[in-house]
Ligand binder design. Structure first.
Ligand code: SF4
Length: 141
């Protein structure tokens, strides 16, 4: 991570040390499923990370019961969970561990159809990124 005012950069703009003394830890999780909506979730999470909105974290770590990673999710200020479809795989991983400090986006809720064997488009990824920015802005004020 790059520096902000000489200190490690916070994971989101709202908590930049230039404007606030409270740094928030924002983690981004994608279901990264095999269908187009899973690809969208993955690309959106990476886009948000490279925008500096948070740090992408491994959902499989929760599924695999890696205790350090479970604790990291528990300790975060905000976990943004991006699921591709109503199967809610990422959300269920959080629920199974009793982790409640998350907010979820479901790609199919945005009118994007789940289809296997096709690539997602940049526009679809952008659609999710836009909604995610809004959710994160609400969560990190
Ligand atoms: S939420 Fe849907 S797209 Fe994502 S991994 Fe589960 S079944 Fe696949």
């Amino acid at each position: 991570m790059s520096d902000c005012c000489g200190t490690p950069k916070p994971t989101n703009e709202a908590s930049c040390c230039c404007g606030s003394d409270a740094e928030k830890i924002v983690l981004l999780y994608a279901c990264s499923g095999g269908a187009n909506v899973g690809e969208i979730s993955d690309k959106a999470a990476r886009e948000l990370m490279f925008e500096g909105k948070g740090t992408m974290f491994c959902l499989a770590g929760l599924g695999g019961d890696i205790q350090g990673m479970v604790q990291t999710a528990r300790d975060a200020d905000v976990n943004l969970v991006i699921d591709g479809c109503p199967m809610d795989c990422a959300k269920k991983a959080f629920d199974r561990h009793g982790i409640t400090n998350y907010t979820q986006i479901k790609v199919t809720d945005l009118g994007i159809e789940k289809v296997k064997g096709v690539r997602c488009t940049d526009e679809q990824v952008g659609q999710v990124v836009t909604v995610a920015r809004e959710k994160l802005a609400e969560q990190t004020v």
